[in-house]
Ligand binder design. Structure first.
Ligand SMILES: Nc1nc2c(ncn2[C@@H]2O[C@H](COP(=O)(O)OP(=O)(O)OP(=O)(O)O)[C@@H](O)[C@H]2O)c(=O)[nH]1
Length: 496
């Protein structure tokens, strides 16, 4: 993601002031110049960048700051606050209400990713247990207004809670598009109109957002295509043009590639500081607390084969592992997109093997297979795999057990995240402590690595027992293996 470049540049500028012996006007000017330059390069609107510079200068008055006050900290905090303001209009988005009918209308230009995003959003709510449906008024036929109206009325009668209306962006004339949008809006009377914007459009974003804002009562924004080469800065201007909050960003073409948006978390992730509360929410979404046995086991550092099976089931529902990894402080710079397919395929394969295990085996810690190797042959035959693959699964399980001991247990990261914990209510101190704890758990020497060669090493299947030892990379590979990613399986590949 190109935003990571922006984050890196801002980070470097912020870090630079730590090296300056004296913080004076000159240092502040140089810092602001660097930051503004980076923002402009990322296509953030010139006026917004100018505002940011002015606001920082107003808030941080070097002359008036008393001696002894930590000027560096004040400058850094002010810059982060201003970056957050860029993407946060200070307006609360519409929150759907349970048990009610929430009509959500999508608008946006052709190709912005509307239809894809409607589907992702419908799936997002469905996964969370809402009765959800889609009205496809995104049609070539001449009667989209009627289709939208009839569709919404039908689903209202049937008691759907989330009714998403997709509209068309295929018009030769902008005026026609806006007229149709108005007519559909009148007949479906949406609770929330979501403006979908392509994250790659750069400086054109502001004018486009303004035009939509003047016609439709835009309630929220979703920015798509924030994977790949989106500079993203242009789309940020949409917030200022519409005074509407970004609620999600699209980060790929798959149904899971929709991420909730929160200004502070976004900036924190962009600056490589991780997104602990996002990670905690994701972990909570795994509904560990509904599985009392697992929670109890984790706290004691126990992890049976069945636990692994259930976690794979949950993870498959949650979407790509790379999304979770990017929330870990220091991991955001790793572009793990390509490994998702591989991870998903691998998980499926491993689950097939576990499907052929009996109750005793599933509830065991895996040692039973070493004691009675005939079981391995039986499972391999039953699952249509090979002895080697079953053995690989057992190795995988063992490394997960190690991970659970590290992350779980009394001092683990999962401690305090049991049933009823709400990460959004966690105190900043506790959040900070968790973050520091996670950072300590990361493999040594990750910072400053050549990411390309790291990716080559991880995905190239060069790892696994027997591979030449690489001090930093082997640790990284281990971690990736433990998370179920990377080509590090012994004899990688197997039958697929
Ligand atoms: N990489 C990436 N591609 C996306 C994302 N969202 C949508 N796309 C792709 O963008 C293209 C256009 O998406 P659509 O959903 O058809 O766009 P639309 O706005 O509905 O377009 P019309 O139906 O023509 O109005 C498709 O190829 C999608 O797969 C995203 O977040 N990332």
């Amino acid at each position: 993601m190109v935003l990571a470049d922006l984050g890196r540049k801002i980070n470097a500028a912020l870090a630079q002031i730590n090296k300056e012996p004296i913080i004076d006007e000159k240092v502040l000017d140089a810092l602001l110049k660097e930051i503004c330059h980076a923002l402009l390069e990322a296509d953030v609107n010139v006026r917004l960048v100018g505002n940011l510079r002015k606001n920082v200068r107003t808030t941080v008055n070097i002359q008036e700051l008393a001696a002894g006050i930590n000027k560096r900290k004040i400058i850094q905090k002010t810059v982060v606050d201003e970056l957050c303001k860029l993407v946060d209009p200070g307006v609360e988005p519409y929150i759907p209400k349970r048990g009610k009918q929430n009509i959500i209308m999508f608008v946006g230009l052709q190709g912005s990713g509307k239809t894809t995003t409607c589907t992702k959003l419908a799936y997002y709510y469905q996964r969370k247990g809402w009765k959800t449906c889609l009205v496809c008024a995104d049609t070539f036929r001449a009667d989209p207004v009627q289709i939208a109206h009839e569709g919404v009325e039908k689903f209202k009668k049937e008691g759907f809670e989330i009714i998403i209306v997709d509209t068309s962006g295929r018009h030769k004339q902008e005026a026609e598009l806006f007229e149709e949008m108005k007519q559909i809006s009148t007949v479906v009377n949406p609770h929330n109109t979501i403006f979908v914007m392509d994250g790659t459009i750069g400086q054109a974003a502001e004018a486009q957002a303004k035009a939509f804002h003047e016609t439709a009562d835009i309630g929220s924004i979703i920015i798509t295509k924030m994977d790949g080469h989106a500079k993203g800065g242009g789309a940020i201007s949409a917030v200022a043009a519409t005074h509407s909050p970004i609620i999600f960003i699209g980060t790929g073409e798959h149904i899971h590639d929709l991420e909730g948006f929160d200004a502070r978390r976004f900036v924190s992730r962009m600056l490589g500081m991780g997104d602990i509360s996002g990670l905690m929410e994701t972990v909570q979404d795994l509904k560990l607390d509904q599985n009392k046995n697992l929670m109890k086991n984790l706290e004691q550092g126990i992890f049976t084969i069945r636990d692994m099976y259930e976690q794979f089931q949950n993870i498959s529902k949650m979407g790509p592992l790379s999304k979770m990894m990017q929330m870990v402080p220091g991991m955001s710079e790793l572009n793990l997109q390509g490994s998702d397919e591989l991870g998903a395929q691998r998980i499926k394969r491993l689950m097939t093997i576990m499907d052929s295990m009996n109750e005793t085996e599933l509830d065991s810690d895996g040692k039973i297979f070493q004691q009675q190797p005939a079981r391995i042959l039986r499972v391999a035959r039953g699952s249509g795999t090979s002895v080697q693959e079953v053995e690989e699964l057992l190795v995988q399980h063992k490394s997960f057990q190690g991970m659970v001991k590290k992350f779980g247990g009394n001092k683990g990261i999962l401690k305090g995240m049991g049933p009823g914990t709400d990460p959004s209510k966690m105190s900043p101190q506790k959040m900070q402590a968790k973050m520091a704890q996670m950072q300590k758990m990361l493999p040594r020497g990750m910072a400053g690595m050549d990411m390309n060669s790291l990716m080559r090493q991880m995905m190239g299947g060069g790892g696994g027992p027997g591979a030449p030892a690489m001090p930093d990379l082997s640790q990284m590979q281990n971690m990736m293996k433990q998370m179920g990613l990377g080509g590090g399986f012994p004899g990688g590949g197997g039958r697929r």
